[in-house]
Design a protein around this ligand. Structure first.
Ligand code: ADP
Ligand code: MG
Length: 318
C-alpha cells in the first residue's frame, strides 16, 4: 500500500515559488513583503455536509481552495500561500489525482503556493488554510459600513442554490440552465481581483457564502447599522430571473455558495466602484443603502416590505 509520504510527494509536493521553504520540513517559511499585513483564514469542506461523497474530485479540489480565496477576496487581500489538511477514508489514487489537479490548477492561476498541510486517514474532510497579503490598514473589514453608504453586490446571486435544488430534484432546469447553475455550485470563481480593486474604496465587505440576507447581516451587526435593500436591484442569476416564485426568491436572498462579494461604500465612490467592476470584468450592482435603524428591510417593486422569514442558511439550525 502506498504510504502517506508517497502520497504527499506524488500529489502535493510542488516547488514553492514564493515561499522561503515549502512542503517537506516541519514547517513552511514565508516572508511577507514590507508594509504588508498577513490575512489568514481557514475553511473546511465536510463530506455529507458541504458536498456529496461521490462529488467530482477535481471540482472538489477547485472548490476547497476557491472558498478560501473568496475569504481573502472579501478582505481585499492577495492570496499567496495555502496549507491543505486532508482526512481520507482510503488512499484512492484516482481520487487524489483528480483532487490535486483541480486544486493545483486554481492555485497556479492565482499564484498561490501550497506550502504544507497534513494528511491522515478518516472520514473525508478537506480543510484549507490560506494566507495572503494586504497593504497595512487597507483590509476590507465587516465593521466599516457607515450610515448613508451604498450597498453593492458583484455578479449574480442564487445560481448555486438553484443548482443544488436541481440536484435534489426540487426544480427542473433545462440543460443549459443546469450546466450554468451546477458550475456556479461546483466550480465557484473567487472575486480576488475585484476585492483587491475595492481596497481603499469600499468601507466594508464580505463574501456571500451563506446567502445575501445572512452575510449582509454580518456586516450590519459588526458595523452596528441597518440596511434597506431594493429587491428589484438584487442581481438574479439568469435561470432564477426566469422563475420568480417563492423558492426562487429564497435562492436569491438566502441561497449559499455563490461566492460573490457584498460590500458598502460612500456614495461619492460610485464612479470608483463602477471602474473597479469594469477593469476586473465583474458586474457590480448597487442594491440599497445603509441606515441607522438596525436590521435589514427588503422592499418589493410595489413598495411593500418582504417578510424576512427568508433567513440565511444556518449550519446549526439546518
Ligand atoms: P509532521 O509529521 O511534521 O506533521 P507530515 O509527515 O505530516 O509532517 O508532513 C510532511 C510534510 O508534508 C510537511 O511539510 C507537511 O506540511 C506536508 N504535507 C502533509 N500533508 C500535506 C498536504 N495534504 N498538502 C500539502 N502538504 C502536506
Ligand atoms: Mg503531520
Amino acid at each position: 500500500m502506498v504510504s502517506e509520504f508517497d502520497l504527499i510527494a506524488r500529489y502535493f509536493d510542488r516547488p514553492a515559488r514564493s515561499a522561503v521553504l515549502g512542503v517537506g520540513d516541519d514547517a513552511a517559511l514565508i516572508r511577507p513583503a514590507a508594509g504588508m499585513e498577513l490575512a489568514v483564514s481557514a475553511d473546511m469542506l465536510v463530506a455529507g455536509r458541504h458536498f456529496l461523497a461521490d462529488a467530482d474530485p477535481a471540482q472538489l479540489g477547485h472548490k476547497a481552495l476557491a472558498v478560501n480565496l473568496s475569504d481573502l477576496a472579501a478582505m481585499g487581500a492577495t492570496p499567496r500561500w495555502a496549507l491543505l489538511s486532508l482526512a481520507l477514508p482510503a488512499a484512492d489514487e484516482a481520487w487524489l489525482a483528480g483532487f490535486s489537479q483541480g486544486f493545483h490548477a486554481l492555485a497556479e492561476r492565482f499564484d498561490v503556493d501550497l506550502v504544507g498541510g497534513d494528511t491522515t486517514r478518516g472520514p473525508l474532510n478537506l480543510s484549507v488554510t490560506i494566507l495572503g497579503e494586504v497593504p497595512a490598514g487597507r483590509a476590507l473589514r465587516r465593521d466599516g459600513a457607515r450610515v448613508g453608504d451604498d450597498v453593492w453586490v458583484s455578479g449574480e446571486l442564487g445560481g448555486a442554490a438553484l443548482g443544488l435544488r436541481h440536484l435534489l430534484g426540487e426544480v427542473a432546469l433545462n440543460e443549459a440552465e443546469a450546466a450554468a447553475c451546477l458550475a456556479r455550485l461546483h466550480v465557484p470563481e473567487p472575486r480576488v481581483a475585484l476585492g483587491f480593486a475595492l481596497g481603499g474604496v469600499a468601507s466594508s465587505a464580505i463574501d456571500v457564502s451563506d446567502g445575501l440576507v445572512a452575510d449582509l447581516g454580518h456586516i450590519l451587526e459588526r458595523s452596528r447599522v441597518g440596511a434597506e435593500i431594493e429587491l428589484a436591484a438584487v442581481p438574479a442569476d439568469a435561470a432564477l430571473a426566469a422563475r420568480l416564485d417563492a423558492a426562487a426568491l429564497n435562492c436569491l436572498l438566502a441561497g449559499g455558495d455563490d461566492y460573490e462579494l457584498c460590500f458598502t461604500a460612500a456614495p461619492d465612490r460610485r464612479g470608483a466602484i463602477q471602474a473597479a467592476g469594469a477593469t476586473t470584468g465583474v458586474p457590480v450592482s448597487r442594491i440599497g443603502r445603509i441606515v441607522a435603524v438596525p436590521g435589514l428591510s427588503i422592499r418589493r417593486p410595489d413598495g411593500s416590505l418582504l417578510d424576512m422569514e427568508v433567513a440565511g442558511y444556518d449550519h446549526f439550525a439546518g
